[in-house]
Each structure stands twice: as structure tokens, then as C-alpha cells.
Design a protein around this ligand. Structure first.
Ligand code: IPE
Ligand code: IPE
Ligand code: MG
Length: 260
């Protein structure tokens, strides 16, 4: 099989290179309902959802998207029934083992955001190993999994860190600005998302990247995550390509800058 260039890949899907987002973040929702419709166990839906992760990561890699962030498990998801939580932990273990070679072969850096407090030590070790090894492998794309992630706990942790710096005199109060806050969040080494996608028809953010999405574009679809295919991604990207991001300015100001 001959591989095609990024350019050819984008043309094939009718996508304009200049309108491709640098960072896409996805709230992967609807696994449970997908399984429920088939009268299957919810866990089966999570396993199918993991196949969507493969498909969409591969698509984004070919499309030249530099950052893909996937909301996989929220702090609130720890409150789900014990068998679902332990099933998800096993799925994560398998993912970390099985995806290693594909991530290395494709120069994808594996990254995580969230709190490490509640994961079993074997999972933490797998995460650390994969983070380290993929970072050292000339990465061209960063895949971030939000695991045990909540935006409010992230902000609380950041406030504590910066407060400690202020108390110890490492920073002055007047030096606390947006960039200092950004650089002390879990996402310190990734840019803010350009596009947020949520599947399964829910129109909410569920504690995801509250600080980082100040100027992100939103795309909601009724498609359940296990059913989310390349075509759905193309639809989201075409929708994004038609947006005008004004960042508070006027259309005239934006057009003038674009035509320069
Ligand atoms: C998203 O699917 C995956 C996780 C939150 C772990 P859900 O499990 O929330 O699926 P629904 O929303 O119940 O259908
Ligand atoms: C958000 O989905 C978290 C993830 C996709 C991992 P949920 O299904 O947990 O969100 P709510 O509870 O419906 O808001
Ligand atoms: Mg859900």
C-alpha cells in the first residue's frame, strides 16, 4: 500500500489546508447508550469507543492535526458503579499496552492530563513509560488523554501552586497573569483547543478544559462515540472551516488581516 501525503489526504476529503485546526479536543460521549440500544453491557460500548479512538487518531495524524485531546475519564466518572470503573481501568491497561507500537511507528507523542491520585500503580507506570518513550521519538503529533480529569480540580491545583510561589516570594502578586496561570495548568505544553467536539447529543461541557476553551469553536453531533467515523470528522472539520473566529474584533478587521 502506498501512503499518501497530507496534501493528497486533505484534497481527497475536500478539506482546505489553511482551515485545519491545530488542536481538536473531543468529549467522547455515548458509549453506554450505544451498548444499551443493543441490549449489551455498557463495557462493550467502551470497547467499541476505543476503536473510534484508533480511527480518529489515525485520521487526525494523516490530516496533519498537531494536537488531539480526548476526554476519556472524568473525576466525576469515579462515581460510576464499581464494575464499570474497574472495566474501564482494564480497558485503559490494554490500550496502554496495545497502542505502544502504533504510537511509536507513527511518531505520536502520548500525553495525559488529570490527577494521578486514584490510579493503580501499574497503570501509572505504563502511562509514565509511554509518555517518556513516545516523547523521545521525534513526535509530529500529540495525543492527550484526559484521565481522571476535571477542570475545576485542575484550576484548584493551579491556584495552590501559584499561591505557594507567591508565599515563598518566587512570584510577585503583580506577576500573576494569564500566561502564568496557563503555564501552571496540566495543559501547560499544549495550545488551547481550536475546536471542541462532543458526541451523543449532549449540549454541555461536563468540567472539560474550562479555562482553555475561552475562544474555542464548538461542534455538537448526535452521533454516539462508537459510531463516530472518518466522515463525521470530515463534517466537523468542514463546519469549522466555515467559522469566522473574531476574538472580539469586527469582521472587517479580520478580513483585512486575512487579505494581507
Ligand atoms: C463516555 O460514554 C465514556 C465515559 C464517560 C467513560 P458514556 O459512558 O458516558 O456513555 P453514555 O453517556 O452513558 O451513553
Ligand atoms: C463526560 O461524559 C466525560 C467523558 C466523556 C469522559 P459524561 O457522560 O461523564 O458526562 P455527563 O455526566 O453526561 O455530563
Ligand atoms: Mg455520557
Amino acid at each position: 500500500m502506498t501512503s499518501i501525503t497530507r496534501q493528497e489526504f486533505l484534497v481527497k476529503h475536500g478539506l482546505d489546508e489553511s482551515r485545519i485546526p491545530g488542536h481538536i479536543a473531543i468529549i467522547m460521549d455515548g458509549n453506554g447508550r450505544w451498548a444499551g440500544k443493543k441490549l449489551w453491557n455498557r463495557l462493550k460500548g467502551h470497547y467499541e469507543g476505543a476503536d473510534s479512538v484508533d480511527r480518529i487518531t489515525s485520521f487526525c495524524r494523516k490530516a496533519g492535526i498537531k494536537y488531539l485531546t480526548l476526554y476519556a475519564f472524568s473525576t466525576e466518572n469515579w462515581n460510576r458503579p464499581g464494575d464499570e470503573v474497574s472495566g474501564l481501568m482494564n480497558l485503559l491497561r490494554e490500550f496502554l499496552d496495545k497502542k505502544r507500537s502504533a504510537l511509536l511507528d507513527n511518531n505520536i507523542r502520548f500525553n495525559t492530563i488529570g490527577s494521578n491520585d486514584r490510579f493503580p500503580p501499574d497503570i501509572l507506570k505504563k502511562i509514565e513509560d509511554l509518555r517518556r518513550d513516545t516523547a523521545a521519538n521525534d513526535p509530529v503529533m500529540t495525543l492527550t488523554l484526559a484521565l481522571s480529569y476535571g477542570s475545576r480540580p485542575e484550576i484548584v491545583e493551579t491556584v495552590r501552586k501559584i499561591s505557594a510561589m507567591a508565599v515563598s516570594g518566587t512570584v510577585k502578586i503583580e506577576e500573576i497573569d494569564e500566561s502564568l496561570i496557563s503555564s501552571n495548568l496540566y495543559t501547560n505544553d499544549i495550545p488551547d483547543p481550536d475546536l471542541i467536539i462532543r458526541t451523543s447529543g449532549e449540549l454541555r461541557i461536563s468540567n472539560f478544559l474550562l479555562w482553555q476553551i475561552a475562544y474555542s469553536e464548538f461542534y455538537f453531533t448526535d452521533v454516539l462515540w462508537p459510531d463516530f467515523k472518518e466522515d463525521d470528522m470530515v463534517r466537523a472539520l468542514k463546519d469549522y472551516a466555515g467559522r469566522e473566529r473574531r476574538f472580539g474584533k469586527t469582521t472587517e478587521q479580520i478580513r483585512k488581516k486575512e487579505s494581507k
